[in-house]
Design a protein around this ligand. Structure first.
Ligand code: F6P
Length: 574
C-alpha cells in the first residue's frame, strides 16, 4: 500500500469525535491488506484459466447498463471483503441518510438531495417540513413551459424573430453536466436550435462565438448556483454589453437573458428579470445539479419529454442503488473496485475510455464529479484520512487514446485502471465503423488483462523469420506484463434514459467511495484559496508595485506581466 498522503499531526485538531474507526482501522481493511499481499503474484489470466465461471459470476446489469468486472485483480474472497468493508464503513446507513434528506453534508450543514431532483412528480420527500419534490416539480414545470416555447418559436427575440442559438454561460457544475449531456444526446436535438457553452474567462471562446451570432436570435442562459462566480459574471457582462450594443434598449435583455441560480438578489442585481430566473436549492451540489434547472440547455435541445426520460433513467438507478444488495449493486461494485485499485494496488489514476464520440465530454464531467467530491485528505470529522482518496480521473474517447497514451497503459510502470464504455445500439449506416470501434474496445481490455508472455512474443518473432540475435534484443520490449485491471460497461443504447442511469451510477459510485474513505463528497473547500489569491494578484497586476505579500516567484511573474503583456489589434491577424 502507498504512503499515506497526510499524517494526523498536519491536521488541525477538531473537537469532534470520530463517528467510527478510521477506514484503515476497519477489520475488513486490515484483512484486505493481507489479501493484497497474498494476491501479489497472481495474474488475472490465471484466474480465468482456473475458474471457468469467473466471467459469468463477475457481471451484473441494471437500467440498460451491463457491467463486466471480471478483468479486475480480485478473487472471490477479496470481493467478499470489499463488500464487508462497505458494511463496516456504514454505506447502507449513509445511503439511507442521504435518501432520507438528512444533513449529510456536515461541513456546510446541508442535506444532499440530487436524488429528489429526479423523483417522479407526485412522490413526497419532506425536509424541514417542506416537500422538496413539490418544489422540484414546480421548477420542472417552468422549465418545461419555457423550453417548449423556445423550441416552438413562441418565445421570440426583441425584434420578433425566433431563437436559433442558445449560449449557456457557466462553469464547473453549471457547465460540464449539461454540455456533456447535450453532446451525448445530439441525435435527439432540435434541428433549428444550436447550443453553445462558454466557461473560460479568457474571453477567447466567447469572442469567437459572438462573432458568429445574430443578437436578435440569441438566448443567453447565465447559469451559476451562487451567481458570484467571477468567470461566469465576467462572461455574462460581456454578453450583456454585446446584446445592448446591438439591440439598443435594456428592455431587450428580458427576451435574451435568463438565469439559473439559487441567488435571486444577485440575479436581479445583474439585471435579469427574476421572472426569467429558474431556481434551485442549496441542497443541490453544483456538480450534482444537471438534473435541476441547470439542465435547461439540455431541455432546450432535446425537449422536456426527453429531459423527463433522462430523469427517469437516473431515478431508476437511484432505486437500484437504494434497494439492491451490495453484491449486485452497480455503483457499490464500481466504487469498491475503485478503492481496491487506488489503495491496495497503488493505482494513482483512473482512465475513462468511452468508445462513442457522443460521450467525449464524459471524462471531463467525471473529473469534476469525482475529484471535486473525493479529492480530500481530511475526513468529515476533521481527522486525517490515512489512505489515498480520489484518483486522478482522465481520458477521452478510447479509440483516440489508443493512438496516443495507451502505450503507457500496456507497458508503463504503474497500473492505470480503465472504465471502457461501449454502446450496443447504433445506426444501420454506421454498422461497419461501429464494429471496428467495438472490437478495439474489447481487444484493449483483453490485451491489458492477458498481456503477452515471453514465449508468445518469441514464437511470433520466430514465425516472422527474425534471426535469434534480433529476437533476443527485442524480446524485453515485446513482452506485455498484462494483469492490468479494467471494467467494461455496455449501454444498451445512448438515449436520455440510459445516459441518466449512467450518470447516476457514477454519482453513487462517488458517494460510496466518499463514505468508505470517510470524506464529505459534497463540499469543496479546496477551491477557495486559489480564488482568494487570484483577487490579490489581480489587484497587484494593476499597480506598479505589489500591495499584497507574495513569494519571490509570484512577484516576478506579476512583474513580468506588467512589463510584458501587450494588447494587439485583432485586425492585424485578419
Ligand atoms: O469553484 C468551484 C465551483 O464552486 C464548483 O463547485 C461549481 O460547480 C463551480 O465553481 C461553479 O459555481 P457556480 O455554479 O456557483 O457558478
Amino acid at each position: 500500500m502507498a504512503a499515506h498522503p497526510v499524517t494526523a499531526d498536519r491536521v488541525p485538531a477538531m473537537n469532534q469525535p470520530a463517528p467510527r474507526p478510521s477506514t484503515t482501522q476497519l477489520p475488513a481493511w486490515q484483512a484486505l491488506l493481507a489479501c493484497c499481499e497474498a494476491a501479489a503474484g497472481r495474474h488475472i489470466a490465471d484466474e480465468f484459466a482456473a475458474d471457468p465461471g469467473r466471467a459469468e459470476r463477475m457481471h451484473t446489469e441494471a437500467c440498460g447498463i451491463f457491467l463486466d468486472y471480471a478483468k479486475n485483480r480480485v478473487d472471490a474472497p477479496t470481493l467478499a471483503l470489499l463488500f464487508q468493508l462497505a458494511r463496516e464503513a456504514g454505506v447502507a446507513e449513509q445511503r439511507a441518510a442521504m435518501f432520507g434528506g438528512e444533513r449529510i453534508n456536515r461541513t456546510e450543514g446541508r442535506a444532499v438531495l440530487h436524488v429528489a431532483l429526479r423523483m417522479p412528480a407526485g412522490s413526497t420527500l419532506m425536509v424541514d417540513g417542506d416537500d422538496v419534490v413539490a418544489d422540484v416539480t414546480a421548477v420542472r414545470e417552468r422549465v418545461r413551459r419555457f423550453s417548449t416555447a423556445v423550441r416552438k418559436g413562441e418565445w421570440r427575440g426583441h425584434d420578433g424573430r425566433r431563437i436559433t442559438d442558445v449560449v449557456n454561460i457557466g462553469i464547473g457544475g453549471s457547465d460540464l453536466g449539461p454540455q456533456m449531456a447535450c453532446e451525448a444526446l445530439r441525435d435527439f436535438a432540435h434541428r433549428e436550435l444550436r447550443l453553445h457553452f462558454i466557461s473560460n474567462v479568457d474571453g477567447i471562446a466567447l469572442d469567437r462565438l459572438l462573432g458568429t451570432l445574430d443578437p436578435g436570435t440569441t438566448l443567453f442562459i447565465v447559469a451559476s448556483k451562487t451567481f458570484t462566480t467571477q468567470e461566469t459574471l465576467t462572461n455574462a457582462n460581456v454578453a450583456r454589453r454585446w446584446l445592448l450594443g446591438h439591440a439598443g434598449s435594456e428592455a431587450a435583455i428580458a427576451r435574451h437573458f435568463v438565469a439559473v441560480s439559487t441567488n435571486t438578489e444577485a440575479v436581479a442585481r445583474f439585471g435579469i428579470d427574476t421572472a426569467n430566473m429558474f431556481g434551485f436549492w442549496d441542497w443541490v451540489g453544483g456538480r450534482y445539479s444537471m438534473w435541476s434547472a441547470i439542465g435547461l440547455p439540455l431541455a432546450l435541445q432535446i425537449g422536456a419529454e426527453r429531459f423527463d426520460e433522462l430523469l427517469a433513467g437516473a431515478h431508476a438507478m437511484d432505486v437500484h442503488f437504494r434497494d439492491t444488495p451490495f453484491e449486485h449493486n452497480l455503483p457499490v461494485i464500481l466504487a469498491l473496485l475503485g478503492i481496491w485499485n487506488v489503495d491496495f494496488l497503488d493505482a494513482p489514476t483512473q482512465l475513462i475510455a468511452p468508445y462513442h464520440q457522443g460521450l467525449h465530454r464524459l471524462p471531463a464531467y467525471l473529473q469534476q464529479l469525482d475529484m471535486e467530491s473525493n479529492g480530500k485528505s481530511v475526513r468529515s470529522d476533521g481527522h486525517a484520512v490515512g489512505c489515498h482518496t480520489s484518483p486522478v480521473i482522465w481520458g477521452e474517447t478510447g479509440i483516440n487514446g489508443q493512438h496516443a497514451y495507451f502505450q503507457m497503459l500496456h507497458q508503463g510502470t504503474r497500473p492505470v485502471p480503465v472504465d471502457f464504455i461501449g454502446v450496443l445500439e447504433h445506426p444501420a449506416h454506421l454498422h461497419a465503423q461501429h464494429r471496428i470501434a467495438f472490437a478495439n474496445m474489447v481487444a484493449q481490455a483483453e490485451a491489458l488483462m492477458r498481456g503477452k508472455r515471453a514465449a508468445e512474443a518469441a514464437a511470433e518473432m520466430h514465425a516472422a523469420g527474425l534471426p535469434q540475435e534480433r529476437i533476443d534484443a527485442l524480446l524485453p520490449h515485446r513482452v506485455f506484463a498484462g494483469n492490468r485491471p479494467s471494467n467494461t460497461l455496455l449501454l444498451d443504447r445512448l438515449d436520455p434514459r440510459t445516459l441518466g442511469a449512467l450518470i447516476a451510477l457514477y454519482e453513487h459510485r462517488t458517494f460510496v467511495q466518499g463514505v468508505v474513505w470517510g470524506v464529505n463528497p459534497f463540499d469543496q473547500w479546496g477551491v477557495e484559496l486559489g480564488k482568494q489569491l487570484a483577487g490579490r494578484v489581480l489587484e497587484d497586476m494593476d499597480r506598479s508595485t505589489d500591495i499584497n505579500a507574495h513569494d519571490a516567484s509570484t512577484t516576478a511573474l506579476i512583474d513580468r506581466y506588467r512589463r510584458g503583456a501587450r494588447t494587439t489589434d485583432p485586425a492585424q491577424h485578419a
